[in-house]
Design a protein around this ligand. Sequence first.
Ligand code: NAD
Length: 238
Amino acid sequence: MSSAEGRVVLVTGGNRGIGRAIAGRFVEEGYRVAVTARSGEGPEGTLTVRADVTDGAAVDAAFAEVEQQLGPVEIVVANAGITKDTLLMRMSEDDFDSVVATNLGGSFRVVKRASKGMLKARFGRVILISSVVGLLGSAGQVNYASSKSALVGFARSLTRELGARGITTNVVAPGFIETDMTAELPEATQAEYRKSIPAGRYGSAAEVAAAVTWLASDDAGYISGAVIPVDGGLGMGH
Ligand code: NAD
């Protein structure tokens, strides 16, 4: 079996933004692709299942449905994430807990559930979508940056646990990516951000998707515990 043929992928939050681009790219490359979505649908050619990643039972049910329809999940992309930005002094416990429960806790639930099948198959690719701010830091994002840097410790610990079983775990750390979220920022703010990026431009969701599909491929089989930046140089040195 070649790298893509027949492999089953699950992408969380695949109905829009970066997750949707990742799911679409996997479809193009010939994988069998499922996405979780709380609303809407994944791109053409994907199976959409409902799940809120903060709910372990919902995650379990989503996996059961994917397994029944497509087979065991061999590649999992933990992409679902949220922000609730505010300065520390104004950050409520809920602002902190809900971001950590989604970005870090959601990755834990999804990857734990996926690992069962991967162990049996002695093959797996775990890809966690972090952010440049996880290691760079960002004022107003204590909750978000903490949840994203924690994914590095997660990936490196899991690499030590499962590395000998044919399972790789890596982190992709996007910088500023053109999405609905960034498009809403005032042009002056966007220009300010662009000045700080060595590449002089925002990235595209397609560029994140290209790094993710490469990590899932057989070519990346000896890469694990890595943090792959897709940030135009914004975070270098971290
Ligand atoms: P987005 O808001 O467009 O998409 C996020 C997706 O996650 C949506 O499908 C949403 O429904 C899903 N999601 C959120 N909470 C969920 C929950 N509790 N259960 C299930 N699904 C849930 O955002 P995006 O820009 O496409 O971001 C995708 C990932 O990339 C996120 O993890 C984000 O932190 C990360 N990221 C984005 C950027 C950027 O510039 N856009 C930069 C760095 C990292």
